[in-house]
Design a protein around this ligand. Structure first.
Ligand code: UCC
Length: 555
């Protein structure tokens, strides 16, 4: 009889996730019991119906109809079925709402992001509009714009799919996605209301009911301070388009279900969110929330790749035994799991800090400001590497579209790009190091975590992480004072060292808790393995060969 390989099976993604469960046991304590049924249900859905749908409907992509049969410009974007389905699930489980209901007080963000972590890999990137929706609600509340809060926030956080809105975040123009200060969109005051004119070059989830965007009111200076933050709705009160036309949908490597469009704004009516000027500073609350979503979604992508690879390793026989018994394959899976555990700790630490800040308990804004870009840039790189390994775990089958694994890699690749590339976030890290108390807060936090880590080996490894952070902060400060080119050149190594070292210290702390409380040694193994992968990238001498290197880079 011919051989046919059995495909991988996903079990309930909550009940089978040791990392998520031990983390929630430690952080939520007694409150975990009350939310377990909800997480259990979402874990079943994401492994079952949602995952099957995402695979079965992989060719069902959004489409744009610009004209109707009679020649009217309509710009109708038809969404994939899985997106319509995902909206209902997102509302039902309160993927955004959980954070604003605050039933778990300071830990509400942890619960919310546990849901996001379960939901994301089967959502066909519906997590993108949810991230921006969360960011928009947070931004409107931060700026205390009462009229806009009354208009939008209950819709953005609603658990009823019939009422719920999502939001866009329209920042990128042809002039650049990183250097937003060059934004060309103009805001013109016409009969007492602002109208926007310009082109938005990448608008994710273009079907959202509202958006936050940047434009330069006429007469305002160049640069990001002359920009203002605007709120606008996609349709006017009579249902007609709000001066928005869709030029085309982007043909992207991944996130194929996400309708990303180029838009023309031709008199779109918009409302300033927080007066005129300082648009970049005013949109920052949104950026920080979406960067956290990005980090958690990166961890979620790693987890899904590992869950599939692990199941497959038990089924796939080669050279006389299952892959799960092959030392080298186990070593590969262990390396992937170690990266996940560290990235997970980093991403969820940001969620803890945001939740604490929102609940007014033990708020550490300087630490949050520094570790948000660190988590995003660290996990964004990790997920691409881990997703690539996951494909390789399947051999040729992983490279074939209907296997369902290849999408993980294509979707992972956006995570180090949008919401700030690795280099832009590395420069943001330097900006934070130069400007505030972030590094002192980070060292204080790692010192505390280190002290609470009792296992000898874990404590020693945590201590190396703490020391690497201290050395790196000192080196960056010294370079900044002496040689601005050298510090910019080293920015990625600085940021990666801080991100990976902090992740290591957090993981050692968690592993120690697992060891002492549950007698479980697996996170300990993950911490030691992650340390062996390397966390201090600053050992390379900065200088001397700089000119040669610059020449070598370009030729
Ligand atoms: O990609 C996009 C949407 C995709 C969907 C997202 C879904 C994500 C999750 C889903 C997972 C599946 S929208 C485009 C995203 N674009 C970006 O992220 C922009 C990247 N570029 C930067 O971040 C740059 O660093 C800029 C734009 C911030 C640099 O601009 P400027 O003009 O040079 O900015 P400045 O002068 O450095 O900063 C202006 C002010 C400063 O404050 P003041 O005025 O008090 O000195 C900064 O400290 O803004 C402050 N600021 C911040 N504050 C800048 N960044 C931040 C921040 N992150 N937090 C707080």
């Amino acid at each position: 009889m011919s051989f046919y390989q059995t495909p991988p099976v996903l079990e309930n993604q909550f009940t089978t996730d040791r990392l998520l469960r031990t983390y929630l046991q430690r952080t939520l304590g007694d409150a975990l019991a009350s939310v377990t049924p909800e997480l259990d249900a979402l874990g079943a859905l994401t492994a079952g119906e949602m995952w099957q749908r995402a695979r079965a409907e992989r060719d069902d992509e959004p489409s744009l109809a610009q004209w109707d049969a009679w020649g009217h410009r309509v710009d109708h974007i038809e969404l994939s079925h899985s997106w319509k389905h995902a909206k209902r699930i997102a509302c039902e489980f309160g993927l955004v709402g959980t954070a604003y209901e605050r039933k778990l007080g300071a830990l509400s963000r942890v619960l919310q992001f546990a849901k996001v972590y379960l939901f994301e890999p089967s959502s066909d990137t519906y997590s993108c509009p949810l991230a921006m929706t969360d960011g928009a609600a947070k931004t409107l509340l931060t700026h205390e714009n009462r009229a806009l809060i009354d208009r939008a926030v209950s819709r953005l956080t609603s658990r009823r799919a019939e009422d719920a809105w999502t939001s866009g975040q329209w920042m990128t123009e042809r002039t650049g996605g990183s250097d937003v200060s060059k934004t060309e969109t103009v805001a013109r005051l016409v009969d007492g209301e602002y109208r926007l004119y310009g082109t938005k070059w990448f608008t994710s989830a273009t079907t959202s009911e509202m958006t936050l965007t940047l434009a330069r009111p006429e007469g305002q200076p160049e640069g990001s301070r002359g920009l203002s933050l605007f709120y606008l709705e996609r349709a006017r009160a009579d249902g007609s388009a709000n001066g928005i036309t869709v030029n085309r949908l982007k043909d992207k490597l991944g996130t194929r279900k996400l309708p990303t469009a180029e838009l023309l704004l031709d008199g779109a009516i918009a409302v300033p969110v927080k007066g005129i000027g300082d648009g970049v500073r005013n949109i920052a609350p949104m950026l920080n929330v979406t960067r956290l979503w990005n980090s958690v979604c990166a961890a979620a992508g790693m987890r899904r790749g590992i869950a599939l690879s692990r199941d497959y390793a038990r089924r796939r026989l080669a050279f006389g035994m299952p892959l799960s018994q092959k030392p080298l394959h186990l070593d590969t899976l262990a390396g992937m799991q170690a990266e996940l555990e560290a990235g997970f700790m980093l991403a969820f630490r940001v969620a803890e800090l945001l939740g604490a800040d929102e609940a007014g308990q033990n708020a550490q804004p300087e630490l949050a400001r520094l570790v948000t870009p660190l988590a995003k840039l660290t996990t964004g790189k990790q997920v691409v590497a881990v997703a690539s390994e996951a494909l390789e775990c399947f051999g040729g089958a992983g490279y074939v579209e209907d296997c369902g694994v290849s999408r993980l890699l294509r979707d992972a690749q956006v995570l180090p790009i949008w919401e700030g590339t690795t280099n832009v976030l590395s420069l943001d890290t330097l900006r934070v190091l130069a400007g505030g108390a972030g590094h002192a807060a980070l060292l204080e936090d790692t010192a505390r975590l280190m002290k609470e880590t009792k296992d000898k080996e874990l404590a020693a490894v945590a201590s190396s992480g703490h020391e690497a952070i201290g050395r790196t902060v000192a080196k960056a400060g010294e370079l900044a004072g002496r040689d601005p080119v050298a510090v910019e050149q080293a920015a990625r190594r600085v940021a990666m060292t801080l991100g990976r070292s902090y992740a290591l210290v957090l993981l050692c702390h968690h592993a120690d808790w697992c060891l002492r409380t549950l007698g479980d040694r697996r996170s300990r193994a993950a911490a030691l393995r992650f340390a062996a992968h390397g966390f201090d990238l600053m050992s390379r001498p900065e200088v001397a060969v700089r000119e040669d290197e610059a020449a070598m880079a370009m030729e």
